[in-house]
Design a protein around this ligand. Sequence first.
Ligand code: PEP
Length: 247
Amino acid sequence: MKKLAAGNWKMNGSLAALAEVRALLAAHPAPACEMLLCPPATLLAAMAGVAAGTALAVGGQDCHPQGSGAHTGDISAAMLKEAGAAYVILGHSERRADHGETDALVKAKAEAAHGAGLIPIICVGETEAERDAGKTLGVIGTQLYGSLPKDFTSANLVVAYEPVWAIGTGRTPSLDEIAEVHHYLRARLIAKIGGDATKLRLLYGGSVKPSNAVEIFDVQNVDGALVGGASLKAADFGAIVQALSAA
Ligand code: PEP
């Protein structure tokens, strides 16, 4: 299994920001881990052009469950693929909160992604209130089982554990808390598809930065990271890529 350092640019970046991508590739032309950036859809084709023939993959941040039609403002999985995407983030907590995305919708999107040949990165995570109420594993189990596409394997799916309260806040769970959730995710996935799930990449996401990446990547069942803010700068994302390559 090749570990995965995935960056989520969210609604940030412009053509000028592609200079950061060139700098990242100049500093890390052949990392031991897989490297992925998910820019806004408007930058996807341009970033794919910069990434062509390099170790960098590009991905989308969302897709529509249907292939085409009267869905103003939406983008299909096939459109992402044509623009150069290999992956698509689905069910990010900001999509779940801002756009009311349900587990059933995330599942339908993941199946559309598979239909277009994309690898979905399905995000799950608890709110702070849910953690305080001792509901973390229950919430995550429900999100996971509700969002999984049919016929998934370790080769065509990635799962990211992103505690909502850790995203963009500078706060992270303890290493034991991360280990507990990742162990639980692994067990639930093995219960679904058997031994192949031992190779399915489980990412941690939520305020990963160069200063905490080494200790997070040392946690059992953490096979990479989904990185927001720190993926915007080549130096920061490059340090995270380096830490994962060494883990
Ligand atoms: C994210 O949005 O997926 C994320 C993890 O953000 P940040 O790294 O900025 O917390």
